[in-house]
Design a binder for this molecule. Sequence first.
Ligand code: NDP
Ligand SMILES: O=CC(=O)O
Length: 327
Amino acid sequence: MKPKVFITDPIPPEVEKYIGKFCEYKIGNRRWMNSPELFYREIKNVDGLLTRNLNITNELLSKAPCLKIVSNISVGYDNFNLQAMKDKSVLGTHTPYVLDETVADTIMGLIIMTSRKLGELNEYVKKGKWGQTNEISFFGQDVHHSNLGIIGMGRISEKVVRRATLGFEMKVSYHSRTRKKELEDKYDIKYMEKNQLLESSDFVLIMLPLTTETYHFIGKEDFELMQPTSYLINCSRGKVVDEKALINALQANKIRGAGLDVYEEEPIKINHPFLDMSNVITLPHVGSATKKTRLDMAFKAAENLVAGVYNKAPENIVQELRISNIN
Ligand SMILES: NC(=O)C1=CN([C@@H]2O[C@H](COP(=O)(O)OP(=O)(O)OC[C@H]3O[C@@H](n4cnc5c(N)ncnc54)[C@H](OP(=O)(O)O)[C@@H]3O)[C@@H](O)[C@H]2O)C=CC1
Ligand SMILES: O=CC(=O)O
């Protein structure tokens, strides 16, 4: 008998076909996903879950006693209750590397859009207003040769560094848990303490995973340190930045603008203050959203899932679950 798996979000047909070769599967629909009762009934006997960002709680795990693996179609895994998964010996996997270049492209897009006011200018032309305003109001700030400060120097940030230094000749500094000496030498970038980085950067890019240590890593005091001409770019997780403090900082002109792909609550509400701020670029969490990259991520996640339900070690077990759960 094939192992049983439940897939919480639609996936590309070729990935569905791949999973179907090895597993009996069901794909969730809105009715199931919005009704815990129905959903829990579906996962009662499953060996594996494939999901984009479903919260894997203690309660969920108790409703799925046969579960061996949860495979995320994402690199972030803040949806995992790691302790509960450890306790129940459930593996958790994610999809690192395959999305790095695509997300780095999105980040460069956010930097350029905010500082050169591309969103506003697009609206201006589309609304037939070209020629009706003094163009000086649309003059932006240069990206090339500016100072980029990166908080969280991991896989994706490294790809940003290559673009920023070699392409835009930006001066890059970074703050992270671990010094990356090789990268410092390769791209001539500097390690800085957080405060020094905030004070000296034209763009502050946040690329931290969401953990208990990084929740609201950027808050009120940090915006006080940033230059009034600087921009905050966040393409990691909304909760890494204290959103109320960011709104206050923007309203008080403590910083000039923000480029955001992520928010404390997603999707953001229709009356969210960001929607009325012309100096804030709001993307709908699409950092990795190209057809190819999303397909690669789904395949990678499917391979991890199949390995897990067949009691083999998947390639991308998340760091915190690696030692205790490998069988
Ligand atoms: N908007 C989107 O669509 C996307 C968002 N993301 C988000 O971006 C995050 C980063 O992705 P990725 O680059 O692959 O992840 P990595 O794990 O490679 O990089 C994260 C970096 O943050 C550092 N870090 C972790 N905790 C701390 C801390 N407390 N203080 C300082 N530095 C810390 C890590 O340090 P160390 O080197 O010591 O581990 C690491 O260098 C993901 O977790 C995800 O949430 C990712 C993809 C797309
Ligand atoms: O947010 C996306 C991810 O891959 O993490």
